[in-house]
Design a protein around this ligand. Sequence first.
Ligand SMILES: C[S@@+](CC[C@H](N)C(=O)[O-])C[C@H]1O[C@@H](n2cnc3c(N)ncnc32)[C@H](O)[C@@H]1O
Length: 270
Amino acid sequence: MAHAAGQELRKRYTAADLGVLTRDEARRFVPRGDGDPQNNVVLAWELLYRLEPELYDRLASAERLHPEVVRWLPCDLDRIAEVGAGTGRLTMELVARAQHVVAVEPALPLRRILRRKLAAAEHGDRVQVVRGFFDQLPLPDDSADLVVACSAFTPAPGHGGDAGLAEMERVCRPGGCVAIIWPNHLDWLAARGYRYVSFPGPMSVEFASRREAAELAEIFYPKAADAVRRRGERSVPFEVLGLNPPRDLAFKVLCRPGGATPPNAPARAG
Ligand SMILES: C[S@@+](CC[C@H](N)C(=O)[O-])C[C@H]1O[C@@H](n2cnc3c(N)ncnc32)[C@H](O)[C@@H]1O
């Protein structure tokens, strides 16, 4: 979501690759049936998740969240629902914050990687990984204390939109919190009652090695690829890559019936 241009990523796939999408996915991601990943970077990301999921996971593992973002989230919860969980950048942190976590993820290859990671993690059995979409969450009303999405929600109908936000709020219990981590379109969220928090400090993308930094920069940050090679370091500041860091979130604490202020509203709401 944060990698706007994606010219190298777009070159990796063609319209012939769209056959990998299920009917439910195609209905959301190619609504008019004639999409072309060569000129639609959002579609190219969807193909990355399905055709090269391990490549995507290497990138997401390097682009770590600001630790304060995770610390800000409420803890000691009974139930959390995460939407667009991917390969678990946030999910693996949520395990320690609730007894039960449902991780909703449409892309089968990403669900497989997430299940593999959870099988090796302490308390990984607290997480149920399920297929689903923002606009049709397979979860009951008022069933989670926290409903959260990380680098997944956008105002576009195929990736959330008003229907997706309404679904997240339906699943969240009164007094619970809906949080959009690493949000784009802040004005859109503010107009729907979402407040904003951002955490300061230097942040870097932590690639596994110098070689991986150079390789992934070619694909995902081509304008910065020369600079990354010249630096010759595994850790690359987000500014060098021209990417806004995952240091922020937008949230709404849902009113209890009668409109009373929830006693458990996160304390550092900005
Ligand atoms: C950039 S990835 C982020 C994954 C993960 N949350 C993370 O932070 O690493 C975006 C995720 O949103 C998921 N996604 C895309 N469209 C979706 C939709 N309509 N409903 C739910 N998830 C969706 C993708 O499959 C992908 O896993």
